[in-house]
Design a protein around this ligand. Structure first.
Ligand code: GTP
Ligand code: MG
Length: 198
């Protein structure tokens, strides 16, 4: 897919105020600091379309970006950010869950996972929640520039092993780096395929 334009549209905690659901939408979610906003910038060839930070908890809202005047890309706040208060975390849960469960034009969600880590309980729980709610998703491993190919394969194998204990098949899986651009074309091509076929 060629990115011809990428524009910020609106930020929200109110699902009702998100843009009219009149075109395909793809959301990016995952733990705080996993690299959601960075990957969005890499995918769209932008430096700072989505705000990034070395500190977790940067993205706090549902952010809509219109790509090629044709589909929405959505940057979501991270989960598992310990420094946010309990009530804030609950609020997070509420509006993100509402968004994921009710957004009718959401084609799929990309769940970002840090490729340097072993399978994390919070990520496995979130993927289980998506599956239970019949929300389609892909696994996107981030920051692959930070580890060796061997270490990456080892971590992917560990994830596959845990998931196949409970599930018959794995969701689509991507490996990415916002630094090297690795995996960018594969993700964009997948988005294009879904736009063309759904
Ligand atoms: P929140 O909005 O806080 O939930 O975080 P986020 O998931 O949007 O993460 P963000 O994109 O802000 O990136 C967090 C940190 O990781 C930043 O310091 C980025 O520069 C760094 N980072 C993100 N992606 C990569 C990557 O592919 N490689 C490397 N080396 N660093 C990355
Ligand atoms: Mg962010």
């Amino acid at each position: 897919m060629i990115i011809r334009s990428a524009e910020f549209v609106i930020s929200n905690t109110d699902v009702q105020k998100c843009p009219a659901p009149n075109c395909p939408e793809f959301a990016f979610i995952g733990r705080s600091n996993v690299g959601k906003s960075s990957l969005i910038n890499t995918l769209t060839n932008q430096k700072s379309l989505a705000k990034t930070s070395g500190k977790p908890g940067k993205t706090q809202l549902i952010n809509h970006f219109l790509i090629n005047k044709e589909w929405y890309l959505v940057d979501l706040p991270g989960y598992g950010y310990a420094k946010t208060s309990k009530s804030n975390r609950k609020k997070w849960g509420n509006f993100i869950e509402e968004y994921l469960l009710t957004r009718e034009n959401l084609y799929t969600t990309f769940i970002l996972l840090d490729s340097r880590l072993e399978p994390q309980k919070i990520d496995l729980e979130f993927m289980t929640w998506c599956a239970e709610n019949q929300l389609p998703f892909s696994m996107v491993f981030t920051k692959t520039d930070k580890l060796s190919r061997v270490a990456l394969q080892k971590n992917l194998a560990a994830y596959k092993k845990v998931m196949l204990k409970d599930w018959e098949e794995l969701p689509p899986l991507f490996t990415t780096s916002s630094v090297s651009g690795d995996g960018k074309e594969a993700v964009l091509q997948y988005i294009q395929e879904l736009i063309d076929t759904v």
